[in-house]
Ligand binder design. Structure first.
Ligand SMILES: NC(=O)c1ccc[n+]([C@@H]2O[C@H](COP(=O)([O-])OP(=O)(O)OC[C@H]3O[C@@H](n4cnc5c(N)ncnc54)[C@H](OP(=O)(O)O)[C@@H]3O)[C@@H](O)[C@H]2O)c1
Length: 246
């Protein structure tokens, strides 16, 4: 089948592309570096002809709700419209566990994305996953304050991005399913420990202070609102295994 991966050059998208090619699917990568800016309408219509499914793993780096909402609404509207024009029967979006419970500005955009997909007339599937193991590395790089790397206190049940990619390609091979069972990792971890273990395994030195984010978001992170429900599917690779094998 022909699978288009919107965001196919990103952390997760690269793994989706790899897994789809491993299964001998034809893959089209949609990202700015491949010549497709999905905030601009129509850019991908011709390329999408003959496509069976579009997987949306786009992202934007922002701490502002308005930016996140604008990005996810714009790219989702554009993708859904070009899929209709090109006759693509299936839109598969990746979302995040707990976005309706934790008041994180980035999540406002993910919620807006989910609502647009659910309201569309396109055939659709939405998978929610927990934080990736790779989130420890993203936080280590992004949560910097001068020479310090801050480690927010947060309960999480992270999953390997490779396992999320496998699940997404499994879903590509099925008909549109609506909202499917969430995917989480095999066990709960502390984000502070994950960031410190990642830094140590990467040979980094220095103080990585644990911080409690203020307000409702900090309370949600520490209170476990981003943990999966009991009926979530669980991946197999633990954070410690991922750290050793990566
Ligand atoms: N990180 C986590 O722990 C986690 C957990 C659960 C779910 N998720 C979800 O997983 C998805 C992927 O996250 P990620 O961390 O893999 O993202 P990422 O590494 O930041 O990758 C983002 C992708 O989007 C593309 N992109 C950005 N702006 C674009 C535009 N205007 N037009 C076309 N392409 C654009 C980027 O390519 P170019 O720069 O080349 O355009 C890149 O391929 C997101 O939806 C995120 O919410 C993440």
């Amino acid at each position: 089948m022909k699978i288009a991966v919107a965001g196919g050059t990103g952390l997760l998208g690269r793994r989706v592309v790899e897994e789809a090619r491993r299964r001998d699917h034809e893959v089209l990568v949609l990202s700015r570096s491949e010549g497709f800016d999905l905030t601009v309408g129509g850019a991908a219509t011709r390329a999408l002809e003959g496509t069976d499914v579009v997987v949306d793993v786009l992202s934007v780096v922002t701490l502002k709700a308005a930016t996140s909402i604008a990005f996810f609404e714009q790219t989702t509207r554009i993708l859904l419209a070009v899929e209709r024009d090109a006759g693509v029967p299936h839109h598969l979006a990746l979302s995040i566990v707990g976005i309706d419970k934790a008041p994180f500005d980035y999540y406002a955009g993910k919620l807006a994305q989910e609502r647009l997909v659910e309201a569309s007339t396109n055939g659709w599937t939405i998978l929610r996953a927990t934080q990736f193991h790779e989130f420890a590395a993203q936080m280590y790089e992004r949560a910097r304050f001068g020479p310090l790397h801050l480690a927010p206190r947060m309960r999480t049940q992270p999953v390997a991005a490779a396992e999320v990619a496998t699940r997404l390609v499994d879903l590509c091979e099925r008909t549109p399913q609506g909202r499917v069972r969430d995917l989480a990792g095999p066990r709960e971890e502390s984000l502070v420990d994950m960031i410190r273990d990642y830094a140590e395994a990467s040979g980094a030195h220095g103080w990585i202070p644990a911080v409690s984010l203020p307000g409702d978001l900090g309370r949600a992170q520490r209170g476990g609102l981003l943990l999966p429900d009991a009926d979530a599917d669980l991946g197999r690779t633990t954070f410690a295994e991922w750290l050793t094998e990566r």
